[in-house]
Design a binder for this molecule. Structure first.
Ligand code: KIV
Length: 272
């Protein structure tokens, strides 16, 4: 299968698999709404993640825990309406899949039916094995997420780098192999040492997508608002900012305010 951008009309889980084997890196960004998802898709991204980071970015919560399944469906359905090419993966929110695989299946089916998602993402390894397996039996593709898993922030206590110690690193490798074995099509690794992430990418056949996990993995994901510099309060070492839209947008709005106050806007050609 050719995986060149011009040849791939729609990105599927099989295309991602082929990219890993061809050594072509996978690009992934978040989006939560129609307008930005359209730009991201038209720019040629491979995967769009409707992340539960919408809880922070769109709603201003301190953590990802408060966002609900219905709110995720609202964001995801807006994104789906904008997208022609990218694979759209949607996060199952906190409380919609942990501890009860029937609940997990219901949540995943609701997201697929009501939002039109292409796949779901769940945080965790062995402890959510039953939920992942049950969702997979319904034919719903599942992306795993290991390392820093923000839905467990109250267990970790901080957002610092995970799996620096041998014991946690070994568990992470075992979890990645388990997720592959039960049928996940890809795994996100968040904020772990680059050497460990590379080791995981080499030890499984499914694509490993990193965020703060170095360059030795199969692809990269960032939060769109962070990499565009719309959010200027989050500056971790792993983040590359491609713009400073916070300042640019603020400047444009300040000019508009001045133009309205000074009666410069609207002028003769900007009216009927
Ligand atoms: O919710 C999210 O945006 C994520 C990414 C950070 C991977 O899970």
């Amino acid at each position: 299968m050719s995986v060149h951008k011009k040849d791939v009309k729609k990105v599927t889980t099989h295309v991602l698999q082929a990219m890993k084997h061809a050594g072509e890196k996978i690009s992934m960004l978040t989006a939560y709404d129609y307008s930005l998802a359209k730009i991201v898709d038209q720019a040629g991204i491979d995967v769009i993640l409707v992340g539960d980071s919408a809880s922070n970015v769109m709603a201003g919560h301190e953590t990802t825990l408060p966002i609900t399944l219905d709110q995720m469906i609202y964001h995801a359905s807006s994104v789906i309406r904008a997208v022609d090419r990218a694979l759209v993966v949607v996060d199952l929110p906190f409380g919609s899949y942990q501890g009860n695989s029937r609940n997990a299946l219901d949540s995943a089916i609701k997201i697929m039916k009501e939002a039109g998602a292409h796949a779901v993402k769940l945080e965790g390894g062995k402890e959510i094995q039953e939920s992942v397996t049950r969702i997979l039996t319904a034919g719903i593709p599942v992306m795993g997420h290991l390392g820093l898993t923000p839905q467990s922030i109250y267990k970790f206590g901080t957002y610092s780098v995970r799996a620096k110690e041998e014991e946690e690193a070994e568990k992470l490798i075992a979890d990645a192999q388990l997720l592959e074995e039960i049928g996940c099509f890809a795994i996100v690794l968040e904020k772990i040492p680059a050497k460990l992430a590379e080791r995981v990418a080499q030890s499984v056949n499914v694509p490993i997508i990193g965020i703060g996990a170095g360059g030795g993995v199969d692809g990269q994901v960032l939060v769109l608002h962070d990499m565009l510099g719309i959010n200027n309060e989050f500056n971790p070492r792993f983040l590359r900012k491609y713009h400073n839209l916070y300042e640019e947008m603020k400047g444009a709005i300040m000019t508009y305010v001045d133009d309205v106050k000074s009666r410069d806007f609207p002028n003769d050609t900007e009216q009927y």
